[in-house]
Design a protein. Structure first.
Length: 455
């Protein structure tokens, strides 16, 4: 019975331990503690000598951790207590003054906000690299033409560069979302205490300046109790991974034998254990799969938060593992796409051959009739009937004779045969369209926007 009780006590004590994963916040925790200690000394809440001893000791702790010589102890539960305990071993009694005018509640909220802020900056940098890779491929193949698709059916001809720039725009909005989340994240909670504030003459503005925060939390209970900034980060990451997954699906399709539009570099595909000829696009497939993992972290945190009364509850410890996993997953995914796009070989001839399918010109034929004075709905009905007739005979729309075309509309004339995939693309000469001149402008604007983002 004693062994049973001991086993369950050990299991219970492990249940609350977070140091296995929250230790990755050590640099932010030490930075925040240094700023807090200096503020305590400046305000006369602790002596200057004690404040300097704390700051020096924290520097020693950081060097121990970075050198890999720090002894992380499960019995101290979390990152914060591990660091404070080691600080006490190094400098003695002054270490006990570090926690004056703060709680672990506002401490962890501060450190987590610092981490998310830095993660956002790294994510945006990764997005800019990916956008640069997309533009580079588009620039290298700015004249390449391909079928555009709706419902996974060939629809109309488009420039390959135009297709890639669609993803540029998606990732640009992702970067905007992360930037907006960063602004709401960069608010200092330190000074909120456990939930009600602290009874010391602290200088929150000074600490905010030291730590790079743009403002102060306005309500102490909100400061320690909410994690909506993490929810926002996870939501932004989920949308970004969704965009990555869509691009991954395109790469999987385009690199297949059935399409044959692109070939990925050998380092971004894998072979088969039994079929020697296989070049499986595993990195793209994994990006698709890992998207669900990020969605899961978002839903998990929303579920944690939905039933919590104010203020702090231990449930909030569950905010970090999903956050860390999402940061790692998204960062690795963005890097993988940069690599895949950097390795890509584009078969322009294969794409253009597919774009010559005359069925892709059905809309152009309807527009041709409109140009001859036919109402669009009537033109649409005529070309729809012609498409059905061509399909029934097993021929392309472009293989129908002029006489056959005129059976459906007398407005057809010999110049209808001038309709080509290239002419179709050139005709879409509107802002945001796929005409070569418009795409050239879009590429130039994309480069300009990237330059401004990097600048």
């Amino acid at each position: 019975m004693a062994d049973y009780a001991t086993h369950h006590f050990t299991a219970a004590s492990r249940y609350t331990v977070s140091v296995d994963y929250d230790r990755r916040l050590y640099a932010h925790d030490i930075e925040a503690s240094i700023a807090h200690a200096r503020m305590l000394g400046r305000q006369g809440i602790v002596s200057e000598a004690d404040a300097e001893a704390i700051v020096g000791g924290l520097g020693d702790v950081r060097r121990e951790i970075e050198a890999g010589g720090f002894d992380w102890r499960d019995d101290l539960e979390d990152l914060h207590m591990n660091i404070e305990a080691r600080l006490h071993e190094l400098i003695g009694e002054p270490a006990a003054r570090l926690h004056t005018a703060r709680s672990r509640n506002d401490q962890v909220a501060t450190v987590t906000r610092m981490y998310v802020r830095d993660a956002i900056a790294e994510t945006i940098a990764g997005l800019r690299r990916l956008q640069d890779a997309l533009v580079s491929v588009a620039e290298a193949h700015r004249e390449a033409i391909m079928p555009g698709y709706t419902h996974m059916q060939r629809a109309q001809p488009v420039l390959f560069a135009h297709h890639l720039l669609a993803y540029f725009e998606m990732f640009d909005r992702d970067a905007e979302r992360f930037s907006e989340t960063a602004a709401r994240t960069n608010v200092l909670p330190l000074g909120a205490g456990a939930l009600a504030g602290v009874p010391y003459p602290i200088d929150r503005e000074w600490v905010a300046g030291e730590l790079g925060f743009d403002g102060l939390s306005a309500n102490s209970m909100d400061a320690v109790a909410d994690r909506d900034y993490i929810v926002e980060f996870l939501a932004d990451a989920a949308i970004c991974m969704m965009h990555c997954s869509r691009l991954a699906e395109e790469l999987v399709l385009w690199s297949s034998t059935e399409f044959g539009y692109v070939r990925l570099g050998s380092e971004w595909v894998t072979g088969s254990s039994i079929m020697p000829q296989k070049r499986n696009p595993d990195f793209a497939e994994l990006a698709r799969g890992k998207t669900g993992r990020v969605y899961g972290s978002l839903v998990a945190l929303l579920t944690v938060l939905k039933g919590l009364p104010l203020a702090y509850n231990r449930d909030l410890q569950e905010d970090k593992e999903g956050l860390f996993d999402t940061v790692d997953t998204l960062g690795a995914t963005l890097d993988a796409f940069c690599g895949m796009l950097g390795s890509i070989e584009v078969d322009e001839a294969r794409m253009e051959e597919a774009a010559q399918d005359s069925a892709l010109l059905a809309t152009d034929m309807a527009d041709y009739l409109v140009g001859k004075g036919v109402a669009f709905r009537d033109a649409h009905a005529a070309v729809s009937a012609l498409s059905e007739a061509a399909s029934a005979r097993g021929v392309g729309l472009g293989e129908l004779s002029l006489d056959e075309l005129r059976e459906r509309s007398p407005a057809f004339d010999a110049d209808v045969k001038d309709l080509t995939a290239r002419a179709s693309v050139a005709a879409r000469d509107v802002e945001g369209g796929t005409a070569p001149s418009r795409v050239a402008d879009a590429l130039a604007q994309a480069r300009k926007r990237l330059g401004a983002a990097h600048g």
